[in-house]
Design a binder for this molecule. Structure first.
Ligand SMILES: Nc1ncnc2c1ncn2[C@@H]1O[C@H](COP(=O)(O)OP(=O)(O)OP(=O)(O)O)[C@@H](O)[C@H]1O
Ligand code: SF4
Ligand SMILES: [Mg+2]
Length: 362
């Protein structure tokens, strides 16, 4: 595995970012060495650098990291909604085994809605205020599926029922403004699911909602996607949301994927020093763990990502090698982490390791 976006010598099942138990061939979404660049007058900003991961059918992959880490950029690259001049400059994206990043625009557009459903933070951006909920669902269904008006209305009703809208037959003719925020997001979930897409990209789907309804909406999203076998990429800055909803979690930092693994393991035994710090910010977790610490400092701007490990200026364990050589994703715990602490041949030694381990390393 290489840290360059061009390495393609591995078979699909052994590429970077694969997790044990998730064969790339079975994955709904396979992202390989994804690189997104924003050319500017002074330099080319690398917004995503060598990002690789898979999502299996029915699986929720949580994508976390602090603001500006590249979470939304990853989802937007998959659905090709990058703001120009941002563009994919390397890597591959496969949906259900079909390469989609190199499709001509006319072939890609129909994938949105039909094969990839989208749920964004603010339900009002996904709903048209001028049309009733029923009309929007019927139109979405008829755009993507070969069904008539009557059948589409029946399916719209069933979808509203499925997402927990009470008395849906009386709500079909209501307009978005007549719904609460939580009910609107349920409608957006119904719209996203309407054409039975195999992948749902949900970017901060509950951040704009009242705390009291967030858990219900997440539970709903998880249940309906699991029942349909849809893969979910759940982008959020909230580790609490991940803990409740995700099966695996991908941690991003400065446009790179720095840890990926089963959610319980990553929370209980984070393998990357940045993830350790991130976990320390979850109330109720920090006091149970000795090694957790709050991360001091700020994530670097895209124009000033340091050489080697991007986290090295903030890492308590940073060694000379960390500042020179970029760590690749290495097996760590039950997943992988991009950190030289996990180099099986020549590991960097933790600064909080017992003194004799530190002495041996010197
Ligand atoms: N149009 C743009 N031009 C240049 N850089 C951009 C542009 N849009 C985003 N970026 C940069 O890309 C990086 C990743 O942004 P992204 O929106 O993916 O962050 P995020 O992890 O989703 O953060 P948040 O939690 O705030 O939503 C950031 O450094 C951001 O400044
Ligand atoms: S590679 Fe080095 S600097 Fe980066 S997280 Fe690991 S120990 Fe810290
Ligand atoms: Mg974002």
């Amino acid at each position: 595995m290489s840290s360059t976006p061009s390495s393609g010598e591995h078979s699909a099942a052994t590429l970077a970012g694969d997790e044990p138990g998730v064969a790339a061939s079975a994955a709904v979404l396979s992202v390989r060495h994804l690189r997104v660049e924003f050319p500017t007058r002074h330099a080319t900003l690398v917004a995503l650098d060598d990002v690789s991961f898979d999502i299996a059918p029915g699986e929720v992959l949580g994508v976390v990291g602090e603001s500006g880490a590249g979470k939304s950029m990853t989802g937007n690259a998959v659905i090709r909604l990058l703001e120009p001049p941002g563009h994919i400059a390397g890597g591959e994206i496969h949906l259900s085994g079909r390469r989609i990043d190199d499709l001509p625009e006319d072939d890609f557009v129909p994938l949105r809605g039909r094969h990839i459903g989208m749920i964004f933070q603010d339900p009002l951006t996904s709903l048209n205020p001028l049309f009733s909920i029923g009309d929007q669902l019927v139109e979405t269904l008829r755009t993507h599926l070969p069904i008539g008006e009557k059948q589409a209305r029946e399916r719209a009703l069933a979808l509203l029922r499925e997402v927990g809208i009470p008395a849906p037959e009386t709500r079909l003719d209501s307009y978005p403004h007549q719904f609460s925020g939580g009910m609107r997001q349920r409608v957006v979930i119904a719209l996203a699911l309407a054409a039975e897409p195999e992948l749902i990209i949900a970017d901060e789907p509950t951040t704009a909602l009242d705390v009291s309804v967030q858990a219900q909406i997440l539970a709903l999203l998880k249940r309906v996607c699991a029942e349909r076998g849809a893969a979910v990429m759940l982008v959020t800055h909230d580790m609490g949301v991940i803990a409740e909803t995700a099966d695996r979690v991908a941690v991003m930092y400065a446009g790179r994927l720095i840890e990926i693994g089963p959610v319980g393991e990553v929370i209980r035994r984070p393998q990357h020093p940045y993830t350790e710090g991130l976990m320390a910010s979850i109330p109720g977790l920090a006091e149970r763990r000795e090694r957790l610490y709050q991360v001091e400092g700020a994530m670097p701007r895209l124009a000033a990502i340091p050489a080697g490990c991007a986290f090295s200026p903030r890492c308590p364990h940073a060694a000379e090698r960390c500042r020179a050589e970029r760590p690749e994703l290495l097996p760590a715990g039950a997943g992988r982490a991009a950190c030289w602490l996990h180099d099986p041949d020549n590991p960097v030694v933790r600064q909080d390791a017992p003194r004799d381990e530190q002495e041996v390393a010197r």
